[in-house]
Ligand binder design. Sequence first.
Ligand code: SF4
Length: 124
Amino acid sequence: MKKELICISCPMSCPLELTIVNGEILSITGNRCKNGEIYARQELTHPQRVVTTTVACRSGLWPRLPVKTIAAVPKDYVTNVVTELHEVEVEAPVLLGQIIIENVANTGIAVIATRSLPHETVKE
Ligand code: SF4
């Protein structure tokens, strides 16, 4: 069986073609580097994604704070992660890298701020 994937490990977006027999990957083509092969094997057996989104921010210079998971979470958990983050509201000021949630959606993975967000009284 053939399976086509797009590698999302970098902006090159290489088109990958996997040959799979009895659930085993026999070959992977189309990747320009080893990361493409690693991605394809993981995508087939245990797909994961780093989740990036925003959360509400009270008293901030802007109303939304960009955040991301510090590591990839199992793809099946992405909806739970986004749903939990939808309910979060932080208080400004927030520092780049500050932990927003220690263990999002019981994944054991933290969510951090991907930029600083000053209090609304601070001039840009
Ligand atoms: S195979 Fe390598 S070069 Fe191609 S998208 Fe994946 S990481 Fe980027």
